[in-house]
Design a protein around this ligand. Sequence first.
Ligand code: 2AM
Ligand code: CA
Length: 261
Amino acid sequence: MVGSANLNIMMKAARRAGRALAKDFREVENLQVSMKGAGDFVSRADLNAEKIIKEDLMGARPTYGWLAEEGGAEEGQDPTRRWIVDPLDGTTNFLHGLPHWAVSIALEHKGQIVSGVVYDPNKDELFFAEKGTGAWMNEGRLRVSGRTKMIESVFSTGLPFGGRPDLPDTLKELGRVLPGCAGVRRWGSAALDLTYVAAGRYDGFWERRLNAWDIAAGLIILREAGGLAEPMDPNGNIVEDGTIVCANEALFAPLAKLVRG
Ligand code: 2AM
Ligand code: CA
């Protein structure tokens, strides 16, 4: 697929940051002996990846706004467009030497996500989409799964970490979903969770308490692959609220019903 100039800038930035992160990831294992050392090293790797992405994106489009996990928000001269960036989604995996993390870059125009790129350097999988032109992974077109039966379906979610207060609700939710499906996974990168639903690897995904940068790029990839997505509160907004439930067309309603209780 021939993408727009903006998509090409995003893909180039994602690959450049991904290469830098992959190099740092190989060092992480050696640092595990000193937990503090590993944590500081990962923070530096994360910041360095964000710097690379900012150089590429803001260098090419200096008037756009900026919202990123590490660097915060900056209004651009052009108030209608903004980059939404997570340089390293799946930081806990990265820190633990688990090869499941990604770079996530989205472009928002007038409040709508219009393009998204998620790059997993561990598998060299570049997921991308633009509004109206479908979703892709490397050279191939993406499509959500064709499963229709809950009992045959695999879903993904995020579980509360570090003492977050929503554990009781989460356990109730799992109690409703688990008995009727083939399994629930918790892989720790919301950006990759969304692209995996887009690729038909899982049949659906839900999570609360996410940030705009975790979801923005994956969301357009999912939708362009034919997936349905809503915030937990049907009257809310996915990117603003940081909640999402998504699946293929057949499984969306039954999954959303169980998750929402
Ligand atoms: P992050 O790696 O960029 O922080 C998974 O539940 C999502 O929650 C990820 O997209 C992850 O984004 C975010 N998250 C933040 N802190 C986390 C933690 N300690 N453990 C797992 N996920 C975390
Ligand atoms: Ca993230």
